[in-house]
Design a protein around this ligand. Structure first.
Ligand code: NAD
Length: 497
């Protein structure tokens, strides 16, 4: 889109006396345009003071040949407004396309994804009448680094990256959020019994930061039992913080069990940018049918209004929306005979919310954004470089003979500057020495060469070792250096080692 076109699409929806806040809006794909139109009409009627710049992202942009799904003018708009209201977009599957959602979150440093999941009993059917859980999901790291490779005929790899500063930011955010919104408990989900280093650091930082908040209860759960309890007894949770992938999956579960995935909004918060959306996707199967529930995006927009300081309008909209639910005016996804009064489409639901602007809910607690949340105190500990000593190398090989013993025979006499073969694993499980014949082996091997005296080795020794492996016609896929950092071993043992 050119600048002229962009200028033409700038629309103002402002109260004459209020200062308009520039925001960027994308209508998205699938049900996106329907629910965005609905959301903007509620914002307008409620008196939100916004200066809207429209951008086009997603499917149409991918089809024009932009693999990222977004063009330069759109980044320029985002950089200018720093506030983005985004409808869901479709991510083409495969074919080199990257998820635009992930790209935007990462490029703009939106590290915190905040997803309140609340049940609206008795007006919306749910098995969990007392649920009020906010999921705070790390938004930039983990497996969403998107670094993937096919390494052999049989094995594919995705790197899970967790950083200390990234974890500190999300954990501080979760506790600051809990404090600001008067929440009583923060729970952390990880899988650090298995991923001792990546999820391990997340858990450790949770414990350290949590100690700074004596007034807030803290607990940690392994993500599998945590997920089971969330699905079964969500009322025992308050705020939950977790790494990216677990948070992505479990916030959908949490939203769905409140009654519908269509009921939850989401805020993506960074140091200087923020993006607001529904938690659900573009729902292509119901696109164009006029039946989508606009509530998720509308509640995302309510979070946006609070973010830009239009708290009174945020309350007005949320209260009208709560009253609409109480009046039994429900879209198909939450309609239930005996509870709901009328089944409506997107437009009728929107009109019903607009009609109720200025009304308060009778039973639900009214929205209250009068408290001043203030700035969150997010601390990142400066990184103190450790003393790093190279003591070995894991060499990954593509080798089709499935017999570990014969592979060991090919490389166990290699001894370069004290680097000797100490272990071979297949998919992480030790298969040499003393492997089990029952262990299934693929064509992907990790061969650990270490100086057994734990003396340091030189990078040149690693290069010499690789050269000698190459001379034996073995196919090296990659290497991982083995370090001591400040004297501590910073790599894991093989399973069964
Ligand atoms: P989805 O969330 O679009 O749909 C899941 C189910 O929920 C479907 O049955 C759908 O009909 C229903 N649903 C979702 N939103 C609804 C609403 N507002 N009202 C009524 N019913 C609703 O998930 P999906 O089908 O896995 O993904 C579809 C596309 O959306 C994919 O291309 C995916 O990549 C993309 N996606 C985008 C975002 C985003 O833009 N933030 C998030 C998730 C998925």
């Amino acid at each position: 889109m050119t600048t002229e076109v962009l200028e033409k699409t700038v629309a103002t929806m402002n109260k004459p006396e209020a200062k308009s806040v520039p925001i960027t809006v994308a209508y998205g794909d699938g049900i996106g345009p329907e629910i965005m139109k609905a959301t903007l009409s509620v914002l307008k009627k409620a008196g939100a003071s916004l200066e809207i710049e429209e951008i086009e992202i997603g499917e149409k942009v991918y089809q024009k040949g932009h693999l990222s799904g977004i063009e330069t003018y759109a980044w320029d708009s985002l950089r200018k407004t720093r506030v983005f209201l985004k409808a869901p977009i479709t991510t083409p599957q495969g074919g080199g396309f990257k998820s635009l959602n992930v790209t935007i979150r990462k490029m703009l440093g939106l590290y915190a994804n905040v997803r309140p999941c609340i049940s609206y009993h008795p007006f919306v059917s749910t098995k969990h009448p007392k649920m009020d859980v906010t999921i705070i999901r790390e938004n930039e790291e983990d497996l969403y680094a998107g670094i993937e490779h096919q390494q052999t005929d049989e094995v594919f790899q995705c790197l899970k990256l967790i950083s200390k500063p990234g974890t500190e930011k999300i954990v501080w955010y979760a506790f600051e959020y809990a404090k600001a919104y008067n929440r009583k408990k923060v729970t952390c989900f990880t899988k650090d019994n298995i991923m001792k280093m990546t999820d391990g650091i997340f858990h450790k930082i949770f414990d350290e930061v949590g100690a700074e908040y004596p007034e807030i209860a803290k607990e940690h759960m392994i993500v599998d039992i945590g997920a089971a309890r969330l699905a079964d007894t969500p009322e025992i949770f308050d705020v939950i913080v977790m790494p990216n992938l677990y948070g992505d999956i479990l916030s959908d579960v949490a939203a769905q069990i409140t009654g519908s995935v269509g009921l939850a909004g989401s805020a993506n918060i960074g140091d200087s940018f923020a993006m607001f959306e529904a938690i659900h996707g573009s729902a292509p199967l119901i696109a164009g049918k006029g039946i989508a529930n606009p509530s998720g995006l509308l509640l995302g927009a309510v979070q946006m209004l609070v973010h830009i300081g239009q708290n009174d309008i945020a309350e007005k909209i949320q209260n009208a929306w709560l009253k609409t639910l109480e009046d039994g005016i429900h879209t198909e996804d939450i309609f239930k005979e005996g509870i709901s009064k009328s089944k409506v489409g997107t437009n009728e639901f929107t009109d019903a919310v607009i009609e109720r602007l200025g009304q308060m809910p009778r039973m639900f607690r009214p929205a209250d954004y009068s408290m001043s949340v203030g700035d969150f105190n997010i601390k990142v500990t400066p990184t103190k470089p450790a003393i790093k000593e190279l003591i070995g190398v894991d060499v990954f090989l593509h080798h089709t003979d499935r017999n570990p013993e014969s592979l060991a025979q090919l490389i166990k006499d290699l001894d370069v500057s004290g680097l000797t073969l100490t272990m071979i694993t297949n998919r992480g499980t030790k298969v040499w020495p003393d492997g089990f014949p029952e262990t299934f082996c693929t064509d992907h091997w990790r061969c650990r060469f270490k100086n057994d005296m734990k003396n340091g080795v030189s990078y040149q020794a690693v290069i010499d070792l690789l050269q000698r492996i190459q001379h034996r016609k073995l196919n090296v896929i990659k290497t991982e250096n083995l370090y001591l950092m400040d004297g501590q071993q910073v790599f894991t043992a093989g399973q069964g080692q």
